[in-house]
Ligand binder design. Sequence first.
Ligand code: UDP
Length: 329
Amino acid sequence: MSRFLITGGAGYIGSHTAKLLSRAGHEAVTYDNLSRGHRDLVRWGPLIEGDIRDTTLMCEALRWFKPDAVIHFAAFAYVGESVAQPGIYYDNNVAGSLSLLRAMMMAGTQNLVVSSTCATYGQPKNMPITEETPQEPLNPYGQSKLMMEQMCSDFSSAHGFHYMALRYFNACGCDPEGETGERHDPEPHLIPRALMAANGEIDRLDIFGADYQTPDGTCIRDYIHVSDLATAHMAAALHLMNGGASGALNLGTGRGISVREIIEATARVTGKPVPHHFAPRRAGDPAILVAATAKANAILDWKARHSGIDYIISTAWKWHQNESRQIRS
Ligand code: UDP
């Protein structure tokens, strides 16, 4: 049994990872300030209510719990918000990660897995995107995550600690047992919004741009199930704990799906029409983002096994229906 401290464990991907670690027999403590996380999603270990920018509290938590690895999810993650309010992104994602790194050095914690993103690549010319593709982010969110990666690399060189940056593509789907899921307010993401449209909670889904250079004119993304992301985090932490090298890995499926295909799949899975209409492009949206997956496969012996699109949408639909029943009652 190993011990993991999960920052942002009350959030979407963090709570799925806490459940996986606990089910695998490990001990997981969540560290979260609940600014965007949810107390009721912390179900697989204790919660320390604290801010990652509170270096003293984080250091005390690390000295008390003595984790084998920290898994760092706590961050803001909306592209549009980061353009409007860059300061809160640099504060939480960059200063917060720096505070965590300092606390880890003070407490002598050796291993760190961090949430990064395909947004660090911007809009590369060639697909699929490999880890060697230049990182040229188009917005403060991607920039803040790139700065976090660079700090990890510098701290690793200077202090000999170990890290793995996991660059997710489009995280989606929910726990198949319906025990945790995606709860954002407001909800900007495509699949939850398509489910809201199918369920009559919004009048219609906006398709942001039908004039992209793609086969059906809509944007293409690489959608990966949150359970696959959770498995990769556990594998990355164990890799570091077993003396594996530091670095960065893409987490995706290698398969691109268009916005139109998501709408078709949502109608197929829910059995309901998804009212939609065409809207202007959303600022900062690249046309196509698809991951090259060979490196994560080779280093972690991992690949996405639960990321068929109908499965993704059916698990998200199950969670969505439970959530909307609870809101109504
Ligand atoms: N999208 C859309 N309508 C929406 C939300 C998203 O057409 O209401 C598109 C968006 O332009 C992008 C894709 O769906 O091409 C995925 O967007 P999402 O916000 O889910 O994730 P992102 O790719 O921004 O991380």
